[in-house]
Design a protein. Sequence first.
Length: 226
Amino acid sequence: MKNFKNKLSLIAILALSMVMLFAVPAEAKTAKYKKLYKKFLSKGAYTITDTYYRMNSRTGKYQKATTKTKLKISKYAVINLDQKGAPELLLFSKYYSGKNAYNPNAYNASVAYIKGNKVKIAPFSEYVIKAGKKSYKNTLYSEYFTLRENAVRFSAGTKTLLCNSSYFYYDTDMKKVIKEEYEGYYTYKSGKMTYFEGDESKIDKTGFKKIGLLANSKKNRNKSFK
């Protein structure tokens, strides 16, 4: 009988230990993402590998190509894009050619998220090229923006990210460079960004709030991830 009680006690202790092992407190989970994001930002840069398909003019067939780009983080914001779990990290970075930024007025926007114990970069744009019966998926991990001041806003109600941007093109009739303004809408789900192509007039723009982008400095990182 004594041995039976001892066995029961041992089983109870083991069961309690397992519960304590897997029952991670919310504070610990919070500290986890903060530590990972802080370390990621402190590196100052990250590398993305875009995948795309292009047609070989000689053979007429599509060929896979990849492009690696190192981006230097200029600004960031911590925001829960899908309103679930740990928040995401919105990054605005620059591509440098030597000592100078490729375009001082433009940024490559990316979204980082936590998966396991690592910081991952979410695909920002995916589109498919169809050639006969075959389909080729192109995956890009950043979006190129020429941002106006305070141009990034977010609607928690619709889980929509809004980026005011602009682009330039040469008008052959007017024979001059024209600047066009546009609004890009994006949603985030399961480690992937999706461009919103719905009727923009139906979106309640009053629900959007400005996102304060912070310079990627040690002082700001310490404030963001206390």
